[in-house]
Design a protein around this ligand. Structure first.
Ligand SMILES: [Zn+2]
Length: 56
């Protein structure tokens, strides 16, 4: 499946495969969902590691 690569909400950098990221998201309501990537794309905001480290 193809997904648009997630981007850092601070600098706009694309999150690369295997990169460590910080995500803000709502915990899913439904149990047993498997589409984790789709869920993250719809619900999560990502922050790349370098931006996270720059924050206070
Ligand atoms: Zn960033």
């Amino acid at each position: 499946m193809l997904f648009d690569p997630p981007k850092c909400i601070n600098c706009g950098k694309e999150i690369e495969d295997g990169e460590q990221v910080y995500a803000k998201l709502r915990y899913p309501k439904r149990k047993g969902f498997t589409e984790i990537k789709a869920y993250l794309r719809n619900e999560a905001s990502f922050l790349c590691e370098s931006c996270f480290e720059k924050k206070d």
